[in-house]
Design a protein around this ligand. Structure first.
Ligand code: ZN
Length: 885
């Protein structure tokens, strides 16, 4: 907890460390009521600074110091200073050894940072600054050390003892206790340290690297989960191969381990050789995890594995550089997922997520550049901006440099900086030098926050046979940044003729005719590109593949959007045209609602969707994506002021219109796909995902008809499905339906059937928390009393409280403010238990500027109540105070 005014930390104040730690020897004695940590550190003066011997200042929080020795001599109380956050002492030589013994209490650590207990096992989470809750240390990523770790514990309760690197020795101590020693030969910062002790089972496999080295692979889980590891193990092997093939990166230790933990603040953590995962990010099997969950597991396993190079071998100099590893690694895992599944569908999902959530963050009070200038609490900066926008920025580099140039850049980056802690500038410099280009202006993406607007206008000159596109870029102000300089915006585009053919592209002044898709680099506030040889006015397909994270405006007519939906050679832009058409149709309905008019939907949307449904040759996953209307959250994000009711009513009206008009083709596709599902065992592969995706979205529409035959089909799917994808969809649409009896029976059956599987119960909570029918808040409050719910488990908090506040707009934003009050109460409670989770749950309230006056007052009132509620963690304090500023 914060006791003094929290300090703001600035990038411009960065200073290299005064001391370095060459070796770190740790011994943990784990007991039920305390843990003793002995540390022996080999320290030396960082001579890159100078020859002086300043005091040594070690980080440490919530540690009880039991012993302290300098070069073997115990220090008396006058020979060091201790406060809540650090231990200082005066060395008398440039190289020395320091030994400490501290007592800590993992058994009562509810913040889930540092060493803590999840159920019966001990585990750690040290990123970003959790290691200082384990022992006194230079807890900063530019201090890299070789770790040797011994873990001692009760033999029966904790038969498995793990840490980073390779196992080097083990033995027993008396009758009841045993120990194991691990050595990690690779220098690493403390945030990559990990320890696990528990009664775990493992699945094992092996991987032969590109240079024929044999690596043992192990996934450790609690015994009841041993049958849910295969998908992650397969994903791991595919990731290892892919990183060799696509980035030339080989694994470096003899063993790679993953441990599944039930109580975990984030998705997973890339600790060297010992990744620790939220169980929800690793466990998956057909009966218990949806297709989406399978894909998420594959992506997160890949993400954490890829960190071994982008993060571990080459790490961050300081936490302002977080996107150096996170943005790059998200980009790498997205490339992997694209290769393993449908690349276009993966891109659509990522862009929809970015535009809905990251754009909202970039427009809110916590907006920050992908390399922030300052922060109060680094845990608050594991954001969509650092991760997803960071990945987009790396993606733009690849678009500008080409696949080969980009790979040369990453090769140079890894070779040059292996074993170092570096900056985003170092990454860009490697790209520049490998490609002989100047990326000075491009680097504004690292320093400027906010989502650029790009307004595009066209001009066709029939006489001169030219077609011009003029780009106007601007970027709204964000906290601390009023004025923005122009970005470098890569625009991938094509031009279509009246038949939908792609035209060859030649800019005025160019000699040779180029290909039909190319990348323009917009670098000025206003810039015109003129294409020559245009006999007719073409239709532009702009920002193909979403080549830059911007809001692009072009005055498309609806007929043009329908044309692009059919003819664009870029799959992403076919979907994008459909989304634009849907947004326009929904905006009509919202306007009608405001004017109290009868709602009438644009038939063109229905026509366009019909032709998709009736075309058997299209990729079913694409059809499913295109049938999905923009979410309420996205519609809110693109509104100046979000009208919660109007958005909900308009979207539900459109869904019903689709269901009614397209009942026949939807019913046909549903029945055909369900028939295949019935006769095919579950497979976690792209074509099967595609079939079930279309089947399930069809079912969701069909249920809006409230027809008896659809209800019967839905119940059949719920009862008979052999997999969670079909079963959960059936449950969701039942819960959203007016069939009260069937709904209650299904919910009760499901809860009983999966009572012993917490991850499935999370889904059960989530389904109900997200239900937009009236009474949502009361249902959530009631569910918080359910025996399977506990506020101490982050997955439960996300499944119930998070799903309600983020996905159930009509209920969360109810006019009387009860939704806001509920969320604030939970945040206040969580603040004392788990500050990271508390601060994350706050984010819907930080968006108050998006809503009408009455709601703004209510939302701000709750933020003020949190601020006044007593001693706030730095996590919650930072988000609340910035939101009210
Ligand atoms: Zn990461």
């Amino acid at each position: 907890m914060r006791t003094e005014q929290p300090k703001v930390i600035h990038l411009k104040d960065y200073q290299a460390p005064e001391y370095l730690i060459d070796e770190t020897h740790l011994t943990f004695e784990l007991y039920e009521d305390r843990t003793l940590v002995h540390a022996r550190l080999a320290l030396r003066r960082n001579l890159e600074r100078d020859q002086s011997l300043p005091p040594l200042v070690l980080h440490g929080q919530e540690l009880e110091l039991l012993a302290l020795a300098l070069d073997g001599r115990q220090l008396g109380p006058k020979e060091y200073q201790l406060d809540e956050n650090q231990l200082s002492l005066q060395p008398d030589s440039p190289a020395f050894s320091l030994e400490t013994t501290v007592c800590i209490h993992p058994e009562s650590n509810t913040a889930l940072e540092g060493l803590y207990k999840s159920g019966k096992m001990f585990c750690t989470q040290c990123e970003a600054e959790g290691f200082r809750k384990i022992t006194y240390y230079l807890d900063r990523p530019d201090v890299m050390s070789v770790f040797t770790t011994t873990v001692k514990a009760d033999k029966k309760r904790y038969p498995i003892l793990l840490s980073n690197g390779n196992p080097v020795a083990s033995g027993t101590e008396g009758d009841d206790r045993h120990w194991a020693t691990w050595n990690d030969p690779f220098k690493k910062p403390a945030y990559l340290f990990a320890l696990v002790a528990g009664d775990l089972k493992s699945v094992e496999d092996s991987f032969t690297t590109m240079n024929d080295r044999e690596v043992a692979l192990r996934i450790y889980v609690e015994p009841e989960n041993i049958d849910k590891c295969q998908h992650a193990l397969d994903s791991l092997k595919r990731s290892m191969r892919w990183d060799e093939q696509v980035y030339g990166r080989e694994y470096d230790l003899d063993i790679f381990m993953i441990v599944a933990v039930s109580d975990f603040n984030m998705g997973a953590m890339e600790n060297k050789g010992l990744n620790i995962f939220n169980s929800g990010a690793v466990l998956a099997r057909a009966e218990t995890a949806t297709d989406a969950a399978h894909q998420r597991v594959e992506a997160i396993v890949a993400h954490e594995y890829f960190h071994n190079w982008s993060g571990n071998r080459v790490t961050c100099r300081d936490w302002f550089q977080l996107s150096l590893k996170e943005g790059f690694t998200v980009f790498r895992d997205a490339g992997f997922s694209a290769d393993m599944n449908s690349a276009t569908v993966k891109r659509i999902e990522d862009v929809a997520y970015l535009r809905t959530h990251q754009f909202a963050e970039d427009a809110g009070p916590m907006a920050h550049p992908i390399r922030p200038d300052s922060f109060i609490e680094i845990s608050n900066f594991y954001t969509l901006t650092i991760y997803e926008k960071g990945s987009e920025v790396v993606g733009m580099l690849r678009t500008l440099l080409g696949a080969e140039g980009f790979r040369q850049g990453t090769d140079l980056y890894f070779a040059r900086h292996d074993g170092q802690a570096v900056t985003c500038d170092d990454f860009v410099k490697a790209m520049e030098e490998a490609n002989q280009v100047d990326l000075t202006q491009f680097k504004r993406w690292y320093s400027q926050a906010g989502t650029p607007h790009l307004a595009v206008s066209e001009h066709f000159d029939a006489g001169a046979r030219t077609y011009s596109l003029t780009f106007h870029q601007s970027c709204p102000p964000t906290p601390g940044q009023k004025h923005k300089e122009p970005f470098v915006i890569p625009i991938a585009l094509g031009l279509l003729d009246q038949n939908g053919q792609e035209l060859p592209l030649r800019l005025q002044g160019e000699q040779t005719v180029g290909s039909s898709s190319r990348v323009l680099s917009v670098t000025q506030a206003k810039q015109t590109f003129t294409f020559a040889g245009m006999t007719h006015k073409p239709l532009p397909s702009l920002l193909r593949g979403f080549s830059a994270p911007v809001k692009l405006e072009f005055p498309y007519e609806r007929d043009q959007l329908m044309f692009l939906m059919q003819h664009d050679s870029d799959g992403f832009n076919r979907w994008e045209a459909g989304q634009r058409l849907a947004v326009q149709a929904l905006h009509d309905l919202i306007a009608q609602y405001h004017c109290n008019e009868t709602l009438v939907i644009d038939q063109r949307l229905l026509t366009a969707l019909r032709s998709l449904l009736e075309n058997d040759s299209l990729d079913q996953a694409m059809v499913a994506e295109m049938l999905s209307l923009p979410s309420e959250a996205y519609l809110a994000e693109i509104s100046e002021t979000a009208d919660v009711e109007a958005i909900h009513v308009a979207r539900e009206f459109a869904r019903k219109a689709i269901a009614q008009t397209l009942f026949e083709p939807l019913w046909q596709r549903y029945q055909a796909n369900r028939e295949v599902s019935r006769s095919t065992p579950y497979v976690a592969h792209a074509e099967h995902f595609a079939r079930r995706a279309l089947q399930n979205i069809a079912l969701a529409y069909l249920m809006l008809s409230e027809k008896a035959e659809v209800l019967a089909a839905c119940l059949e799917q719920f009862e008979q499905a052999d997999n969670m994808t079909e079963r959960l969809t059936a449950l969701v649409v039942l819960v959203h339906s007016p069939f009260e009896e069937e709904k209650a029976t299904a919910l009760a059956w499901f809860a009983e059937r999966f009572a012993n599987d917490p991850l499935v119960m999370d889904q059960w909570f989530g389904v109900q928390a997200g239900c937009p029918l009236p009474g949502g808040l009361e249902r959530v409050q009631h569910l918080m009393q359910h025996p399977a719910f506990t506020i101490k488990n982050p997955n439960k908090v996300r499944a119930l409280i998070g799903a309600f506040a983020n996905q159930n707009h009509v209920n969360f934003h109810r006019r009387d403010g009860a939704g806001y009050r509920f969320l604030a109460d939970q945040v206040i409670m969580l603040n004392a238990l788990n500050p990271q989770i508390a601060s994350r749950q706050l984010s819907p309230l930080t968006r108050w500027r998006k809503f009408d006056q009455a709601r703004q007052v209510l939302m701000k009132g709750e933020l003020e109540r949190i601020l006044a509620s007593g001693e706030l963690s730095s996590d919650v304090y930072e988000v609340v105070s910035k939101s009210l500023a």
